[in-house]
Design a protein around this ligand. Structure first.
Ligand SMILES: *Cc1c(COP(=O)(O)O)cnc(C)c1O
Length: 397
């Protein structure tokens, strides 16, 4: 019964009934290997015992207290995240879009206190997805997100993805920042090459701009480092993250340098539910697992293994899957058949994957998957590829 829900999602018929580890069960008891993982949210699969224990223990102690009080779990989680990243200061909220929205606000407020207070515009890239707030859809600028919601928030200058010279050309006297996803997720797993990221960092430094990275999807261990930008050997000034941070509990955060954070004073920003003891308890449990010795290295290794298996698939079936994208456990397969159709066929073979732009399917498994899960996913992908090769005009598998 969906009569009373706004019709916002292109949903499938699958009823999500129960989850355990890398598997999701529907209401009929069918089991699926879940490589959607709540769209890169369930970093440790479903109902990880460490997270369940942390959440229930905190639920019996204190759920929520206003941010007018000191929240020790918030102070200590910020300290751990700062220690593990470029950041000096962290602000907790509840979602990715909120984190991006506050990142935009930070850019504006930062420059108000400098010798160049007129710098408030932000250069963004085509194909970007930054979430659904009024500012975040304007930052992305994609018609599928903005249609009907005009007038849009002003202040975003869009350039082609991956084109450093285009960014350079877009810098004007009002430009305050460059904002990109380190890896475009929704845009089709488009990776910012390390040289491009380093170029953006240099350009930002040359012009006194801030570099803002949206790592809502690519962050929190997804690529085998805490944040994907670490692979390029650079650091941003501001970073938005969410998804894997709460691993299924609504939790977002903005990270920044001390120089940027200094513009925030009491009452200039806030959140009622952000940084609640319940969310902070889960965040600590997430870090307990993620920062344990060898965990991130294992994510990188599993990702490399899955990627090489996908490359083999592409060599064997280029007429179905012509291209692999991404790294770590943030991978994409471009499809020749319609990606929606492909997702349905894979579902019937017991594998759940996420869609993306450019007719790409996204493989975003829990970071805890093992070799046997990789094998199982490849079995479903092989079977789907075979079905499409037998019957190129396949409509029903
Ligand atoms: C999911 C996502 C968002 C939005 O996060 P919500 O929690 O849905 O608001 C923003 N940016 C990127 C890169 C994302 O993948």
């Amino acid at each position: 019964m969906t009569d009373n829900l706004m019709n916002a999602f292109p949903r499938t018929e699958l009823v999500a009934a129960r989850g355990e580890g890398a598997y999701l069960w529907d209401a009929e008891g069918r089991r699926y290997l879940d490589f959607v993982a709540g769209v890169a949210v369930n970093a440790f699969g479903h109902c990880h015992p460490v997270l369940v224990e942390a959440l229930t223990r905190q639920a019996n102690r204190l759920w929520h207290a206003s941010n007018v009080f000191r929240i020790p779990e918030q102070e200590s989680l910020a300290a751990r995240l700062a220690e593990a990243s470029f950041a000096d200061a962290i602000f907790f909220n509840n979602s990715g879009a909120e984190a991006v929205d506050f990142s935009i606000k930070l850019v504006r407020k930062h420059f108000k206190g400098t010798a160049t207070p007129g710098r408030w515009r932000i250069i963004t890239t085509e194909g970007a997805f930054h979430g659904r707030t009024l500012a975040a859809i304007a930052a992305s600028g994609q018609p599928k997100l903005t249609a009907g919601f005009e007038p849009l928030v002003d202040g975003f200058d869009r350039v082609a993805f991956g084109d450093l010279e285009a960014v350079r050309g877009a810098v004007g006297p009002q430009t305050g920042a460059i904002m990109v996803e380190t890896i475009q997720g929704d845009g089709g797993i488009r990776v910012c090459p390390p040289a491009y990221l380093r170029g953006l960092r240099r350009l930002a430094d040359e012009h006194g701009l801030l570099l803002v990275l949206d790592e809502v999807q690519s962050g929190m261990g997804r690529t085998g480092k805490l944040f994907a930008h670490e692979w390029a050997g650079i650091a941003p000034d501001i970073l938005a993250t969410a998804k894997g941070l709460g691993a299924g509990f609504p939790l977002g955060a903005v990270f920044s340098t001390a120089a940027v954070a200094s513009c925030i004073v009491p009452s200039s920003h806030g959140s009622t539910l952000g940084g609640s003891p319940l969310g902070m308890a889960v965040g600590h449990a997430v870090l307990d697992i993620m920062l344990a010795d060898g965990f991130l290295e294992r994510v990188a290794r599993t990702g490399a293994m899955l990627r090489s298996r996908l490359e083999e698939l592409v060599r064997r079936c280029p007429g179905v899957f012509p291209e692999v994208r991404g790294f770590g456990l943030m991978l994409g397969l471009r499809c020749v058949p319609d990606a929606r159709l492909m997702m349905g066929v894979l579902r019937r073979h017991g594998l759940l994957v996420a869609g993306a732009a450019e007719n790409v399917i996204r493989l975003l498994p829990p970071l805890t998957i093992e070799e046997r899960h990789v094998g199982e996913a490849m079995g479903a992908l092989d079977a789907a590829a075979a079905a499409f090769m037998r019957q190129p005009d396949l409509v029903e598998a």
